[in-house]
Design a protein around this ligand. Structure first.
Ligand SMILES: [Zn+2]
Length: 411
């Protein structure tokens, strides 16, 4: 591109009359303007293009479907879609999920926590020996992989579990801090990751068969970024995210009847309108999480010393409110048995028969309205818990609220 000259030479000057001079000057001025404009456009074009690109990227990050939040969501969906946790074939099995890997046993250190870490295996033994379940019909889940766990957990949180001191704090077993981490991974965290796989798989089962029980799981104190209270992984949150993507579920109700407040899933789904949380808990015990309490849709507090009759009356009322408040496509039932009278942590005085009635009420709530239900066993810290849970599953079977289809007729 060439620019027209706008100067008059001394030689040209005397040859021009006044009008000609003015005309020539005007023309030169016009040329000057044109030239300046062209120069400006030439110089400004890259700048304008750059600012335009900046605005476009800002627009993308703030409001378009390509925002970082959407990128995170699409990564989450990708992880869920490529996960193997839903692959075990469940078609010829009972919707009861358990693996002998669930049970934590290592040099007796598990006995340092009041939690009965062989509870899960003993529940199955009762059901099998009494003819309500065949060993071969139990579904064995896969271990939740690191990619699976990242569906909910932050990388920083998962990395923190590579330090045995942190795992000791979360599991509340101080000697774990002294063990090499590879041993902690193998003996403590691996069993828990298997249980997480069980809860995730249970949602698939429940959608197909109407109900499913993971004879483990229910780590309701763990959220995506923080563990505690023996809960190292957020199995309930993971299960729900998997159900959203893999089972085409869009509305989930959590019914958390463990004696403790379920602060983990509350932190994870606090602002998520797809999830309704009914939590019935003793406010005088761990975790005293006031922030998470704000996220409970229906909060029912049962104080220390609450007895069976009072507990069940409050539950009836709560279920009636839930029925009129939200229409779920899946129910996650956190059925902790630490509400039992005598439990060292729960502080409540519900009888074994009260627990059986409680579970029946929740299953009726779901089954009579054809809402798939996933039950996880969560807390329960007495040796008698396993017997009570087995009795409850037998009662549900007797009442026609579930069917393991393998009853041999003997009790
Ligand atoms: Zn509990």
């Amino acid at each position: 591109m060439t620019f027209p000259s706008f100067s008059l030479s001394h030689e040209q000057f005397p040859k021009l009359g006044t009008h000609q001079l003015i005309a020539k000057t005007t023309e030169s001025t016009r040329n000057l303007c044109k030239s300046t404009l062209c120069l400006f456009l030439a110089l400004a074009a890259p700048f304008v293009a750059y600012r335009g690109y900046q605005s476009f990227t800002m627009y993308r990050s703030s409001s378009s479907p390509y925002s970082p939040q959407t990128d995170a969501e699409s990564l989450r969906r990708q992880r869920i879609s490529s996960s193997k946790l839903h692959t075990p074939d469940v078609s010829s099995k009972a919707p009861v999920i358990y693996s002998s890997y669930y049970d934590i046993s290592f040099l007796g250190i598990e006995k340092l926590h009041p939690f009965d870490s062989s509870k899960w295996g003993r529940i199955c033994q009762f059901l099998i020996s009494e003819g309500y379940l065949e060993k071969s019909s139990i579904v064995e889940p896969l271990e939740a992989s690191n990619e699976d766990l990242l569906v909910v957990h932050t990388e920083a949180y998962l990395n923190s579990l590579k330090n045995s001191v942190n795992v000791a704090k979360i599991t509340e077993v101080p000697p774990v801090a002294l063990l090499p981490n590879w041993l902690v991974q193998m003996k403590v965290l691996y069993p828990l990751r298997r249980q997480v796989g069980g809860t995730v798989l249970a949602a698939k089962f429940a959608k197909e068969r109407g109900w499913a029980i993971n004879v483990g799981g229910g780590f309701h104190h763990c959220s995506g970024g923080r563990g505690g209270g023996f809960c190292a992984y957020a199995d309930i949150s993971l299960c729900i995210h998997f159900a959203f993507v893999r089972s085409n579920i869009s509305r989930v109700m959590i019914i958390d009847l463990d004696a403790h407040q379920g602060n983990g899933h509350e932190m994870d789904f606090g602002n998520d309108e797809r999830v309704y949380i009914l939590d019935m808990y003793n406010p005088g015990i761990y975790p005293f999480d006031m922030t998470a309490r704000n996220y409970i849709n229906q909060k029912v507090e049962v104080v220390t010393g609450t007895t069976t009759g009072e507990y069940l009356k409050k539950l009836d009322k709560a279920l009636a409110v839930a029925r009129n408040s939200f229409a779920p496509e899946l129910i996650i039932y956190n059925a902790g048995t630490d509400i039992l009278d005598g439990d060292p942590l729960g502080g409540l005085k519900v009888s074994p028969d009260g627990v059986v009635q409680r579970d029946e009420k929740v299953f009726r709530f779901a089954r009579e309205r054809n809402i798939p239900i996933v039950m996880v066993t969560s807390g329960g810290y007495m040796k008698t818990s396993a017997r009570v849970i087995a009795n409850s599953i037998i009662n549900l079977s007797e009442k026609g609220l579930l069917d393991t289809s393998v009853r041999s007729g003997k009790r």
